[in-house]
Design a protein around this ligand. Sequence first.
Ligand code: CO
Ligand code: CO
Length: 373
Amino acid sequence: MTVLRRRLERLQAELRGRDIQCLALIPGANLRYMTGLAFHLMERPSIGFFPAEGPPAFVLPRLEAPRFEAAAPYEARVFAWADGEGPEKALRDAMMALPEVHTLAVEFLRMRVLEFKLVQRHVPNALVVDAAPVMDALRLFKDEAEVALMREAIRITEQALRAVVEEVRPGMTERTVASRLAIALLEAGGGPVPFEPIVLSGPNAAQPHGVPGDRELRAGEVLLIDFGTSWSGYVSDITRTFQIAEPPSPRTQEIYEVVRAANEAGRAAAGPGVPCQEVDRAARRVIEEAGFGEYFVHRTGHGIGLDAHERPYIVEGDETSLEPGMTFTVEPGIYIPGEIGVRIEDDVLITPQGAESLTTFPRDLIVVSTAGG
Ligand code: CO
Ligand code: CO
C-alpha cells in the first residue's frame, strides 16, 4: 500500500473514532500531507473533503484538477470548476457525493471565511470542530521517509551556513548577511523558506524574533543567525551564535557556555516516554541556576515537520509523551536587553534509544572573520 493510501486509512480511522463524518482541508501542510501535492492558497477556493468512509471528494479550480488527477494518490472524486462559473455548483455536487455529515472538522487556524461560508451553506446544522487534533495525531509521528526529507533540508541549511559564515566581515550589515544566506540556500537546492532568515548582531541579538536591519557587524560582538529551508515541504530550523573577529569577553563566554549547557541538557533529557515539559525544565534549570532565568523568555522548542511550528511544543504544561518519530527543536537562549543575545537551536528526532540531533553544526563559540581568515 502506498504511503498516501495508508495515511488516508489512518485518517479515516481517526475520524470514525471521534465520530466525525467528514474533514475539510484547504491548501497548506495538512492537504499536502494527505495528497503529496502542494496546492496554492489563492483567491480561488480549493477544498479536499475526507469522509470517514468512502472516497474523498476534491473541489478544485479547473486549472489545478489535472495535476491532482495525474498524481491520483488514491480513489477520489474531483469536482472541477471553471473561472467563469465559480465554485458553487462543484461544491454542491461534492457535498452531495459525501455521506451525511453531523460533525464536520475544519482547520480553525487555516480555513478562511471564504471556504467556511461555502461549505457551511450545505451543512447548516452540522457541529463544526477543529481538525487539528485529528491531523496532529497523524503528523506527530514522522516515518523514515519524512525524516530523510528533514535531514536533506538540514544538510542544505548547514552547508549554506558554513559558506556564509566564511564570508562574514565586520562592516557588513545584518541585512547583507541575511540576503547571502537566502542565496546560499537557493544555490544549495533548498525550497521555499519556512521563515525569513534572522540575522542580529550585538545588542540586537537580544530580540528573539528581531528583523535584520542596517546595523553593521562590529568586531568583538556576537552574531546570531536563525534560519532554515525546506525540502519536499519538510523544514529545517537552526540557530547558531557566533563571535565576530575578536575573542569573546569573559561575560560573553560565560553567557554562551550557559546556553550551550542548557541546549545540551535539553537534548539529553529528551527520549521516549519523557513528557515535553521535562525537556523544557531541563534546559531552563541550567539557565536559572546560572542566574539568567529571567532572560530566557520563550519556550524551549517546538515541533517541526511540514510546518516550522507544529506539535509537540517543548513548554511547561505540555505533558505530551515524546515517542519515536517525533521531531522538534531545542533552542534555549539568553536575551539581555540592550546588551547581548545568545541562542543555540537544534532539530531533534526521538529514537527508540533516546534523542538524535539531526543538526550537527558545531556548538562551540566560533570566532568568524579572524585575521587572515
Ligand atoms: Co529557529
Ligand atoms: Co525554532
